[in-house]
Design a protein around this ligand. Structure first.
Ligand code: ZN
Ligand code: ZN
Length: 148
């Protein structure tokens, strides 16, 4: 269900997903059927981009099994990266933290979250995944981001 997330700076979507921790959750077929009827314009719950299939919905065939597989994946930790500007956003405890720059670079809370995240997952971030913005962005920007 990450299909409608866009980069808060340049509005690019879909974002590239790197999954670090995911859990399987049981989903009820009847509930999925209802969700498809309510939200699935094209017979799928994902409306633009299916993160499970890593494809635009336009190129997928409608199938309830596909939606069940997609919804069964609960991504707890990972990163989303914008293919246009290179910014990346952590997924922490299942929640994508999509702060725009003016918050990300100034909020101590946002920076603390990212620091804890990087401490745990720095090794897992694939080489090259953060092109355009290094994993050290917090360290690099410390001076111009704090206290304004
Ligand atoms: Zn999907
Ligand atoms: Zn962007």
């Amino acid at each position: 269900m990450l299909d409608v997330l866009a980069c808060p700076e340049c509005r690019e979507h879909p974002l590239k997903l790197y999954t670090f921790v995911e859990v399987e959750i049981k989903v009820d077929r009847g509930v999925v059927r209802k969700l498809i009827d309510q939200y699935g314009g094209r017979g799928l719950i994902c409306s633009l981009y299916c993160g499970y299939k890593r494809s635009l919905v336009d190129s997928l065939n409608e199938s309830i099994d596909l939606c069940i597989a997609c919804l069964s994946r609960d991504i707890k930790y990972g990163i989303l990266q914008c293919g246009r500007c290179g910014r990346w956003f952590p997924i922490i405890a299942g929640i994508p933290i999509m702060y725009p720059d003016h918050i990300r670079l100034r909020s101590r809370r946002a920076q603390a979250l990212e620091r804890v995240f990087l401490k745990r997952f720095r090794e897992r971030i694939p080489y090259g995944a953060l092109d355009g913005e290094s994993t050290d962005r917090l360290e690099n920007r410390k001076e111009d981001s704090v206290g304004r």
